[in-house]
Design a protein around this ligand. Structure first.
Ligand SMILES: Cc1cc2nc3c(=O)[nH]c(=O)nc-3n(C[C@H](O)[C@H](O)[C@H](O)COP(=O)(O)O)c2cc1C
Length: 162
């Protein structure tokens, strides 16, 4: 591959011009290990069967937990949950440490669910596609939950929560 004529800061800046929603991904392994991280690379993929995806850095401490997870939940956050997004984006904290600071309840298979969240999807890992320093994680969704709210979704644009 030819060398790019830009650095990773410029690449990040350019990609950051694309406004995204913000999700909190949680996961649990059969052994009870927990992961919790902020993710804006979420997208829906397939309606029938229902599938979604997100990308995760292979260097993330959540990565091994996600690769072993029995079940994974994606929480589409509201503007009232910026605190969760900031906490789950803190490196150096374990999933259990991150979750100790927020209200959560165990869902199917014990996956942590954040009850204040307007929209939640949960399911099992399907394919994992390695690409560069990230993997694309496809999920088969078997649980969804909606909590009607008038609070707008939390967004991320040009490096800021909006
Ligand atoms: C708005 C926002 C979106 C993010 N999206 C992603 C993402 O899609 N994939 C990813 O691997 N990290 C993403 N991150 C970074 C992780 O949340 C951060 O690296 C976190 O520390 C990972 O948790 P861990 O260190 O416990 O694995 C995002 C951070 C923020 C603030």
């Amino acid at each position: 591959m030819t060398e790019p004529l830009f650095d990773s800061t410029q690449f990040r800046q350019v990609c950051g011009h694309f406004p995204t929603g913000v999700t909190a991904v949680t996961a649990v392994t059969a052994g009870g290990d927990l992961a919790a991280l902020t993710v804006n690379s979420f997208t829906s993929v397939s309606l029938d069967p229902p599938k979604v995806l997100f990308c995760v850095a292979t260097a993330a401490s959540s990565f091994p937990v996600l690769m072993e997870a029995e079940r994974i939940a994606v929480h589409i956050l509201s503007q009232e949950q910026e605190d969760v997004a900031r906490r789950f984006a803190t490196s150096g904290l374990t999933g259990a440490d991150k979750l100790a600071g927020v209200p959560w309840v165990p869902g199917p298979d014990g996956v942590p669910l954040l009850p204040r969240t307007p929209a939640v999807l949960a399911g099992r890992r399907d394919e994992v596609i390695t690409s560069g320093d990230h993997v694309i994680v496809l999920l088969d969704i078997d649980h969804v939950h909606l909590k009607p709210t008038t609070v707008p979704a939390l967004s991320f644009y040009r490096g800021r929560f909006v």
